[in-house]
Design a protein around this ligand. Structure first.
Ligand SMILES: [Zn+2]
Length: 216
């Protein structure tokens, strides 16, 4: 396998730094973590975007969050068709094996995935319409949202509305998984919809009473 190369030096240096400090100072804790296995209380589904740092925002240590990331942090509907479903597999493991108590879907401002969906639907990104575009076909999940938000004249407001709606679409899709629905109905699992404003450092949570995202 000649395509797998040694690590670049900047990563080697950072790793040795971590091992000499954080790991060295918490050796017993890491060992216990390895031996006892993981018991995360929450699952987090968020965008791959490198600016989204849920462990920082919630001050979480290793072992606390079961995290799945994909383009725009979307959850597809339940589709037991024998195909490769990475997101659905992560949800199944979190809910049926780890039995997490809370499942957070985290959307964010300036999301490139949502922007891609918006531009594709507006006819500005024909490459995403190609059958071979994995991004385009993934973002089809959010296509109905473009139609619903098309009435918003200001583009940045429209994008923001789509970013927030993406979170709700994912929660709606989560409920199509029988094991998620069963856990929610048994009150052993709660679902939460969040949206993170990167620049302002604000996290908003969807409030079912008002039907709006409110600052936490
Ligand atoms: Zn994103």
């Amino acid at each position: 396998m000649m395509n797998a190369r040694p690590l670049p030096s900047y990563l080697v240096q950072r790793y040795h730094g971590w091992r000499a400090t954080t790991h060295a100072e918490n050796k017993a804790w890491y060992r216990r973590l390895a031996e006892e296995g993981q018991r995360p209380r929450a699952m987090i589904i968020s965008c791959c975007d490198s600016r989204i740092h849920v462990t920082s925002i919630f001050g979480a240590d290793e072992g606390e969050f079961f995290i799945h990331r994909n383009i725009a942090g979307l959850v597809p509907p339940y589709a037991p068709d024998g195909d490769h479903h990475g997101t659905s597999a992560a949800v199944e493991y979190a809910v049926t094996v780890l039995k997490v108590a809370n499942l957070l879907v985290v959307g964010h401002s300036n999301c490139g995935g949502v922007r891609g969906c918006h531009d594709m639907c507006a006819g500005l990104a024909p490459q995403l319409e190609e059958k071979t575009s994995f991004i385009g076909r993934w973002m089809d999940l959010l296509r109905p949202s473009y139609e619903r938000q098309a009435g918003i004249a200001d583009e940045s407001e429209r994008l923001r509305a789509m970013e927030k709606e993406a979170v709700l679409v994912s929660i709606e899709n989560l409920m199509t998984f029988p094991f998620v629905q069963a856990a929610v109905e048994a009150e052993s699992l709660t679902l939460h919809g969040l949206w993170n404003d990167i620049g302002e450092g604000v996290v908003e949570c969807y409030d079912p009473e008002t039907g709006r995202f409110m600052p936490v």
